[in-house]
Design a protein around this ligand. Structure first.
Ligand SMILES: Cc1ncc(COP(=O)(O)O)c(C=O)c1O
Length: 436
């Protein structure tokens, strides 16, 4: 029995419902592999974050880290829910612009923004540039000068806090490619450079300590550290930060062994920590920005696959192969991420066997799950992998020249295609014949 699926997610036929739609019907109508989002779950999570801030009477921004899943439809939902968004590339920025996302609520991140990306950001009047390094300060200064423009900026610092999480996705330790180092004085030097440039309107400071974090301590630590830096900047340089941005990273439940707090509990603790620290240091309360990605879209996403071949190896776990794999979800192969998968036509069916859920890509490492309990399955059965909404489709590739799946938004019993399935023609549309 899967503990994640509750009775209200099943219809009379016993099928898994997503956003009020029958998952089996979705699979038949749109084909598999298919990514389906329960849109109301996305909305609810953004609203829960916003409620915590409202209840605590602080200025805030919930900035959806759109690298977790970027699509025009997703930027539309984020806009409708009053969220800000983070983008990290011209491509994400372009997608947000195509969605008519309010540009003043866009923050542009990245540790190597190109001149073209900065020009695009300035020409479109992006809300905030999150400056990561000295090269960027110079590049941005040139772009602003050439255009006779100014922009709000924040400085990303490396807080020296290493969150307890998967080592492959940590970004907050001192030895990180992101942000200005504190101990060596880089952050102070960056502040002085920014304050000296009237075209850069310094809003505050930012840090992101990692991803899929389950413990409060890391967030309380980063909140405290950022307030300390803010107090030091006031005392040393007479500059008072208006915004403290603690990044994202709130962990979600993928498998039974995961016991995360509710994302809003993290935020409550962060707010309390910043209130306490600023009061102690005599700073006025800044606005607090958070940048959740995974916690907003992860639990809302489902990958639907159709079962194909099977291989039984005497004495070992069988391989049950589906029609997708590492091309639509690289996370298991990349960093041994785990998920739960159910039979969409009967998610609560008793488990009959433990299998390796294999993908169809030509890599032995293309295993979506190493140990998945399932009822008996037949070719043609639809499987639903749960909590796939973050860093799944957004990291999808065309490896083996497989087309990327379609994406459907389901809400209140209605489904809408929001990203079409790639066609075979799409796969070669950038290819040019070689004249030999
Ligand atoms: C700067 C920054 N903010 C926010 C996020 C979102 O993190 P998560 O999806 O774990 O909430 C990331 C993810 O890597 C990030 O690098």
């Amino acid at each position: 029995m899967n503990q994640q699926i509750t009775a209200d997610q099943l219809n009379d036929a016993g099928h898994l419902m997503i956003g009020g739609c029958d998952s089996i019907e979705l699979a038949h109508e749109y084909g598999t592999p298919l990514v389906v989002y329960d849109v109301s779950q996305i909305r609810q999570q953004i609203r829960s974050f916003r409620r915590v801030f409202d209840a605590n009477h602080v200025d805030y921004a919930v900035s959806y880290a759109s690298k977790a899943f970027a699509a025009i439809a997703m930027y539309q939902v984020a806009a409708a829910e009053g969220a800000h968004v983070d983008v990290v590339s011209a491509g994400e920025l372009y997608t947000a612009i195509k969605a008519d996302f309010p540009i003043e609520r866009v923050s542009f991140h990245g540790n190597n923004k190109s001149r073209e990306e900065l020009e695009m950001a300035i020409d479109h009047h992006v809300g905030t540039i999150m400056i990561d390094n000295f090269h960027e300060i110079e590049l941005l200064a040139t772009v602003l000068e050439e255009r006779n423009e100014s922009v709000d900026v924040m400085l990303r610092i490396t807080p020296g806090i290493s969150a307890h999480t998967n080592k492959y996705i940590q970004t907050g330790q001192v030895d990180s490619k992101f942000g200005f180092d504190l101990q060596s004085g880089q952050a102070d030097e960056a502040l002085q450079k920014v304050l000296a440039n009237p075209r850069m309107k310094m809003r505050g400071l930012h840090a992101h300590i990692g991803s899929q974090i389950f413990e409060l301590a890391g967030f309380e630590g980063v909140a405290k550290k950022l307030v300390e830096v803010a107090a030091h900047w006031r005392d040393e340089f007479g500059y008072e930060a208006q915004v403290i941005n603690v990044g994202g990273g709130f962990g979600i439940r993928y498998v039974a062994a995961d016991h995360p707090l509710k994302p809003e509990e993290f935020v409550d603790a962060i707010i309390k920590a910043i209130k306490k620290e600023t009061a102690e240091k005599g700073l006025s309360m800044p606005a607090i920005w958070i940048e959740p990605g995974r916690s907003i879209v992860g639990p809302a996403g489902y990958n639907l696959y159709t079962v194909g071949s099977r291989k039984d190896v005497p004495g070992l776990k069988p391989y049950v192969t589906v029609d997708g794999g590492m091309g639509d979800n690289i996370r298991p192969a990349l960093y041994q991420a785990e998920y739960e998968t159910v039979l969409a036509s009967n998610p609560q069916a008793p488990i009959k066997e433990h299998v390796r859920l294999a993908g169809k890509y030509c890599e032995s490492g293309d295993i979506l799950a190493q140990d998945q309990g399932l009822p008996e399955t037949q070719p043609g059965d639809v499987l639903a992998m749960l909590d796939t909404g973050a860093y799944g489709y957004s990291m999808a590739s065309n490896y083996n020249r497989n087309p990327r799946p379609a994406v459907v938004f389901a809400e209140d019993g209605k489904a809408q295609l929001v990203i079409e399935r790639e066609s075979l023609a799409d796969l070669v549309h950038l290819d040019r014949k070689y004249q030999q």
